[in-house]
Ligand binder design. Structure first.
Ligand SMILES: NC(=O)c1ccc[n+]([C@@H]2O[C@H](COP(=O)([O-])OP(=O)(O)OC[C@H]3O[C@@H](n4cnc5c(N)ncnc54)[C@H](OP(=O)(O)O)[C@@H]3O)[C@@H](O)[C@H]2O)c1
Length: 335
């Protein structure tokens, strides 16, 4: 698989990573497919998808334990990225950016992951009670202590400001500029996909200009862009899509032209022997947004982990990219 160099620490990873979240969190059936999840992680590594993206919060904790079982056997083949700063509370998710907590959480993640160093440690959410410089400073100390190789910031939850006319990630960029004063940022993780491309406006160029890597979260549109979901499918209450405005039967039907367009591009590349899927086109589109971009498609299935890794070999033509750019914008928003 093509390799990409990300961030201040110039670390190399396979161009397509693996999002481990659906193995333990946010989707129906997580936590119930442990053995298949292990096979999915192994299948990704076998194909050069070295970046395994997890978080202490997924499960909570069980996702790191699962990834740790693979790392125990294959540490040298993997690039492990985990996250700190977001906890599962009784009712809501709770941010905790206190330096003491960050230090303890890192030691606990190292134990669960069965490793002595985390390749990329990401701040999952900022804590409104703690200046971000303090949290980031504690994370930087972990680099000095040799427990962590590089630092990243997540901005997946960014939704504010649009009503006031601001771009989605203006706040993210202000935050990045603050933490850069303390210690270099290696990566930003934010949503980027064919149907959620706001990061292209300012965040991606900001990263490119500063040598910061970009981890594209939800690159398959939570599964919609793969074309394997049908409108009216219905989601269990424990599935994030049960509350997602784009996953009502009406919006899924209204957004079908996007999947139809991806399928059209896929047909131009595949043949009877080696078919190309809409999921692979969606990932190849993300890869085409810049050499500093690494998608982390999430799956708990061996077959899909292999299929997604295969997207690294798909080169979209200028005609393909123009066609995807011309697809209708997604209907259904959080605002
Ligand atoms: N930093 C953050 O706050 C944050 C937030 C969200 C996500 N993320 C990261 O981004 C990663 C990706 O996000 P995501 O997993 O929510 O969304 P995603 O990658 O856009 O989509 C995942 C969904 O697509 C399905 N899928 C995957 N590959 C497929 C294929 N080839 N064909 C058909 N269906 C396929 C999965 O099914 P199965 O589950 O059944 O395999 C899952 O339901 C996460 O795993 C996580 O690492 C980070």
């Amino acid at each position: 698989m093509e390799r990409r160099t990300i961030g201040a620490a110039a670390l190399e990873v396979g161009a397509v990573g693996l999002g481990c979240m659906p193995m333990s969190w946010a989707y129906t059936g997580s936590q119930q497919r442990g053995e298949e999840s292990l096979r999915a992680v192994n299948a990704a590594l076998d194909r050069g998808s070295t970046l395994l993206d997890t978080a202490d919060m997924y499960g909570p904790f069980t996702n790191e334990l699962l990834v740790g079982r693979v790392l125990k056997e294959r540490r040298s083949e993997a690039f492990v990225s985990t996250k700190v700063g977001l906890l599962v509370g009784d009712q809501h998710l709770v941010a905790n950016g206190r330096p003491n907590y960050v230090r303890r959480a890192c030691d606990a993640s190292l134990r669960r992951l069965q490793t002595d160093v985390i390749d990329l440690y990401q701040l999952h959410r900022t804590d409104p009670e703690v200046p971000v410089e303090e949290t980031w400073g504690a994370m930087a100390e972990l680099v000095s202590a040799g427990k962590v190789r590089s630092l990243g910031l997540c901005a997946v939850g960014a939704r504010s400001g649009r009503r006031a006319g601001a771009r989605l990630h203006d706040g993210t960029i202000r935050l990045l500029e603050r933490v850069q004063q303390v210690f270099p940022v290696s990566t930003v993780q934010a949503e980027l996909s064919v149907w959620s491309a706001e990061a292209l406006d300012a965040l991606l160029p900001w990263c490119a200009a500063r040598g910061v890597g970009f981890l594209a979260a939800m690159p398959l549109g939570n599964g919609f862009l793969t074309g394997t979901l049908t409108p009216g499918e219905g989601f269990e209450p424990d599935d994030l899509r049960a509350r997602h405005p784009r996953f009502t039967a009406e919006m899924m039907a209204a957004n079908q032209p996007i999947v139809v367009g991806l399928r059209r591009v896929a047909r131009r590349h595949g043949d009877g022997v080696r078919p190309v899927t809409p999921a692979q086109v969606a990932l190849a589109w993300v890869l085409a947004q810049g050499p500093h971009v690494v998608p982390v498609p999430g799956t708990k299935r061996e077959r899909w982990a292999a299929e997604n890794a295969g997207a690294a070999g798909l080169r979209l033509t200028a005609e393909d990219l123009a066609e995807v750019a011309g697809l209708p914008g997604a209907l259904g928003s959080w605002d």
